[in-house]
Design a protein around this ligand. Structure first.
Ligand code: KG4
Ligand code: ZN
Length: 346
C-alpha cells in the first residue's frame, strides 16, 4: 500500500510518501513570508500553500521514485489548524483521490504528531507500548496525553490554559528582538547564554495537576525589559545579555514541561514516554528529558528533529496505523470529508 501524505494546517506545506509502513520521502517547504509579520498570517499561508502544494507533492513523489499511478491512498490533515490553510490541502487531496480512485483518509494533526514516534524503523517490541504518556508541545498545542490501549483514542491528562509552549518561545523571542519562528532562534542563542542569569516564573495553574500556563512568562519578560530603563538602555542591555535571556527563558519553559511529564509518569505508572511537536526539536528539552528518563528507568521516544516540527511523514504514519486496525470498507473517496479547524482528538 502506497500512501501520499499531505499536511497544510499552518505555515508549512508538506508532502510525504510511505509504502507498507516504510517512509519513502518527506518534503517540507517552510513559508518564509510570515517572518516580517512576526507570526503566521492566515491568508498569506493559504496563498502560499496554493502556490507550493503541487511542486511539493511532485518532489515527494520524485524522491520516492513513485508516480501518481502508484498511489493507493491520500492521507491529509483535516484539523485542527487554520481553516483556509487546511482547505488547500484537503481540496488538493480530494481531487487527487477522486482522479486516481484512491482512498482518501482524513487525519487529525495531533494524531499525526503522536504517530511521529512510530516513524523510526524498529522491531515491533521496541516500538512505544501502552501505557504510553505523550507530551505534544508545538506552536499551537501543549497537551499531555495517555495512550492506555494501542489504537484507542488517547486520554487528555493536561493542556495549556493559555499560550502553547511554542507560542511562549515565539512571543518572548519577539520581545527579545528575534525573528519568527522564535523557538529555533532562542534555542541557538541559549547555547551561548547563562540559564541562571534570571529566574523567570515556572507557572503551574491550580485546579489540575498536569495543566500548563505560559502567558505569565511572556509578561515577566516584558516587565523585566521595561525595568531596564529607556529604549536606548534596553537596546544596550539586549545587545549584552540577549543570549543569557534566551537561556533563562528556555530553561523556564523546558523545566515546566519536563516536571509535568515526569510527575504524571510517576502518577500513572507509564513505562514509555514520548515527546513530540515542534518544541521537541529543542536540544535543551531533549537533553533534560533524556537524562530524567534514564534516571527514572523509563523508555523515551523523541522523533528526529525534522519529524518534530510539522511534516507529512507523520500524517502517513497516522494513516498507516489507522488502516492496520480499521481497513477501508470501500474504494470510494469520501468527498463529504471537510476541514475542522477546532478538531479534537477524542
Ligand atoms: O509542530 P510545529 O511545527 O507546528 C505546530 O503544530 O504548531 O511547531 C512549531 C513551533 C513553533 O512555535 C516553534 O517556535 C517551535 O515549534 N520550535 C521550537 C524549536 N523548533 C521549533 N521551539 C524551541 N526550540 C526549537 N529548537
Ligand atoms: Zn504541529
Amino acid at each position: 500500500m502506497t500512501t501520499l501524505g499531505i499536511e497544510t494546517s499552518c505555515d508549512d506545506t508538506c508532502a510525504a510518501v510511505m509504502t507498507g509502513g516504510v517512509l519513502q520521502s518527506s518534503v517540507t517547504s517552510a513559508q518564509a513570508e510570515h517572518a516580517e509579520f512576526g507570526g503566521v498570517v492566515p491568508e498569506v499561508a493559504s496563498r502560499a500553500h496554493q502556490r507550493l502544494i503541487a511542486p511539493v507533492v511532485a518532489e515527494a513523489l520524485d524522491r520516492a521514485g513513485a508516480g501518481f499511478a502508484d498511489l493507493d491512498a491520500v492521507a491529509v490533515t483535516r484539523g485542527p489548524g487554520l481553516s483556509g490553510a487546511l482547505l488547500v490541502g484537503l481540496s488538493y487531496a480530494k481531487a487527487l483521490a477522486l482522479g486516481l480512485s484512491a482512498e482518501l483518509i482524513g487525519v487529525n494533526h495531533l494524531e499525526g504528531h503522536l504517530a511521529s514516534v512510530f516513524l523510526e524503523e524498529m522491531a515491533e517490541e521496541e516500538t512505544p507500548q501502552p501505557p504510553l504518556l505523550c507530551l505534544i508541545a508545538s506552536g499551537g498545542h501543549t497537551r499531555l496525553l495517555l495512550v492506555d490501549e494501542a489504537d484507542a483514542p488517547p486520554q487528555l491528562l493536561g493542556r495549556t490554559r493559555d499560550d502553547a509552549a511554542g507560542e511562549a518561545f515565539d512571543k518572548t523571542a519577539q520581545l527579545l528582538g528575534l525573528s519568527y519562528p522564535g523557538g529555533p532562534e532562542i534555542g541557538r542563542l541559549a547555547d551561548e547564554g547563562d540559564p541562571a542569569f534570571h529566574d523567570f516564573p515556572r507557572s503551574r495553574p491550580g485546579g489540575s495537576d498536569y495543566d500548563f500556563s505560559f502567558s505569565g512568562l511572556k509578561t515577566a519578560v516584558l516587565y523585566h525589559l521595561r525595568d531596564v530603563g529607556d529604549e536606548e538602555e534596553r537596546a544596550a542591555y539586549l545587545d549584552r545579555h540577549r543570549a543569557d535571556l534566551c537561556a533563562a527563558v528556555q530553561e523556564a519553559i523546558v523545566e515546566v514541561l519536563a516536571d509535568v511529564l515526569f510527575e504524571a509518569a510517576d502518577d500513572v505508572g507509564a513505562s514509555d514516554l514520548a515527546l513530540v511537536g515542534g518544541v521537541a526539536a529543542n536540544r535543551r528539552l531533549r537533553a533534560i528529558v533524556r537524562e530524567r528518563a534514564e534516571t527514572a528507568g523509563r523508555r523515551l521516544f523523541i522523533p528526529e528533529m525534522e519529524y518534530c516540527t510539522d511534516n507529512a511523514a507523520m500524517i502517513c504514519a497516522a494513516a498507516h496505523r489507522r488502516l492496520r486496525h480499521d481497513p477501508p470498507s470501500s474504494k470510494e473517496a469520501p468527498l463529504a470529508l471537510d476541514v475542522d479547524p477546532g478538531l479534537e482528538l477524542a
